[in-house]
Ligand binder design. Structure first.
Ligand SMILES: Cc1cc2nc3c(=O)[nH]c(=O)nc-3n(C[C@H](O)[C@H](O)[C@H](O)COP(=O)(O)O)c2cc1C
Length: 180
């Protein structure tokens, strides 16, 4: 079984990427791939509409690696910091580029699952927008929604507190148990 983590923070040693590492460590038997879009050459969706007839994106960049990975993996975990009450622009840019996948398959079920990891700096971040966008992504790639790990109060954290570690680990275990 396999799982793909797509991380949406450009920060070195970011909280969301560490939460991904912890969740992944709970998926003992899974073949895990990490994709870091900020290290890749990815353009914005141009909204040109070409994909609505062809089902393919006209832009030639590193997105083809992400399309391949999403196609091959059964579990896809989107991980993003909360920026202005939504996902980071890095994550949103990737998600927008899935318009061609929507055009090609209109959300046809593919036996996949999508989950979300989101961290916000304030004590009570607004997560609802990010959850909605991640659910729209799940529908687009023909996946069931597998839930979210949402964590607030992360600003200034150097280490992952024990309680947060446990939450991330049990999130990973739950996903592994329900899908592998
Ligand atoms: C541009 C920007 C916008 C942010 N907006 C919010 C916000 O709306 N709500 C919030 O709770 N935290 C906000 N934060 C704080 C981040 O969500 C928080 O620091 C998070 O833990 C960063 O995750 P990372 O370590 O994975 O990069 C913002 C941070 C930045 C840089």
């Amino acid at each position: 079984m396999n799982a793909l983590f797509v991380t949406g923070s450009a920060r070195r040693n970011s909280i969301t990427s560490r939460l991904c590492d912890i969740a992944a460590s709970a998926m003992a038997d899974a073949d895990i791939t990490f994709i870091r879009p900020h290290e890749m050459n990815i353009e914005h969706c141009r909204g040109c509409g070409s994909c609505s007839s062809s089902g393919k994106c006209v832009i030639r960049d590193d997105m083809h690696r992400i399309y391949d990975c999403v196609e091959k993996n059964e579990i896809i975990i989107l991980a993003t910091p909360i920026y202005f009450s939504g996902p980071s622009s890095i994550m949103k840019q990737v998600i927008d580029r899935f318009q061609c996948v929507w055009a090609a398959s209109k959300g046809k079920k593919k036996g996949k699952a999508v989950a979300l990891i989101a961290a916000g700096g304030s004590p009570s971040p607004v997560f609802i927008n990010t959850i909605s966008i991640a659910k729209a992504f799940a529908m687009t790639v023909g996946a069931e929604w597998s839930g979210e790990l949402i964590i607030g109060g992360t600003d200034g954290l150097e280490e992952i507190p024990e309680e947060m570690f446990r939450e991330a680990y049990s999130f990973g275990s739950r996903i592994a148990a329900s899908h592998f």
